[in-house]
Design a binder for this molecule. Structure first.
Ligand code: SAM
Length: 277
């Protein structure tokens, strides 16, 4: 069996995405390294460096409080980098990162990993079960399922990050609307995602060969789960091009600088940024 996502109704897509990430949570970090030859670390480092979290030009020392919302934060890779950058590069202790994900299994792995961080970083993190398409009904990780849900308030977030998550969403426009709602005016939406490497045909051919041939196989051998990794490869193929995605960001009411995106490794991944006016 494999995941024929185009033909499944929305609720079912969400259930399958849940199944995929519950199944890969434990092996996720190791698999990322294997599948991307470690490149995902380089991309994530670059993503965080260019966002320069914790920097505030108006105060000296720069320690203005910042609330960062890391959406589809999974096992914490982006959140940990954001906090490390804010605290060690910008010496800003007043940055708080909310790591949110629709999948509690991914968050649980992240929370466990965070126990290895210095205490001041651990205390600047919180963990939230949240569907990116509806941030008005979230719940703290492992909270009582019968307790009331919490809403991320309008205009409460300085920086919204999403890395390798948005292509799994059922509705990208719905997620962008929610990003726009929760960001403060002047706040930044930033997305790191697999993208199109079409500009380099030979490189693209090798890359496609690798992703469609080897990744499901590695998934089968290392994680014992071919279907989930087959789905991951297909979801990359279906994701909009750099320009199409930039236009969706504009449609949601953001402004972008220049082309609105930056290609990484020939477009295998790309960073999109938008500011809420
Ligand atoms: N950001 C992390 C990173 O870069 O390592 C994790 C990326 S992982 C490939 C994608 C994550 O998106 C999974 O943890 C999955 O549960 C989450 N996800 C999928 N659909 C979601 C949704 N609608 N809302 C929030 N998170 C979602």
């Amino acid at each position: 069996t494999h995941f024929g996502f185009e033909t499944v109704p929305e609720a079912e897509k969400q259930a399958r995405v849940a199944e995929v990430f519950t199944s890969v949570a434990e092996s996720y970090d190791r698999m990322n390294d294997l599948m991307s030859f470690g490149w995902h670390r380089v991309w994530k480092d670059h993503f965080v460096r260019t966002l320069n979290p914790g920097f505030s030009p108006l105060s000296m020392p720069p320690s203005a409080p910042q609330h960062i919302l890391d959406i589809a934060g999974g096992t914490g890779d982006i959140a940990f980098r954001l906090l490390h950058h804010a605290q060690t590069i910008n010496a800003n202790p007043s940055v708080h990162v909310t790591v949110s994900d629709i999948n509690p299994s991914m968050l649980a792995v992240g929370k466990q990993r965070s126990l290895l961080l210095p205490a001041n970083q651990q205390s600047s993190l919180s963990w939230l079960e949240a569907n990116a398409e509806d941030l008005s009904a979230c719940r703290p990780l492992h909270s009582d399922p019968s307790a009331a849900t919490v809403s991320i308030p309008d205009a409460s977030v300085d920086l919204y990050t999403v890395a390798f998550g948005i292509r799994n969403f059922t509705s990208i426009p719905a997620a962008l609307r929610e990003a726009h709602r929760v960001l403060k005016p002047g706040g930044v939406f930033a997305c790191l995602e697999f993208s199109k490497a079409d500009a380099y045909p030979l490189f693209n051919a090798v890359y496609k060969r690798w992703s469609f041939g080897a990744i499901p196989l590695i998934g089968q051998l290392v994680a014992g789960d071919r279907d989930s990794y087959q789905y991951l490869v297909e979801s990359i193929e279906r994701f909009p091009s750099q320009e199409e995605f930039r236009d969706l960001i504009l449609d949601a009411g953001f402004v972008v600088g220049g082309e609105g995106y930056e290609n990484l490794t020939g477009g295998v991944a790309a960073i999109h940024r938008g500011m809420k006016p």
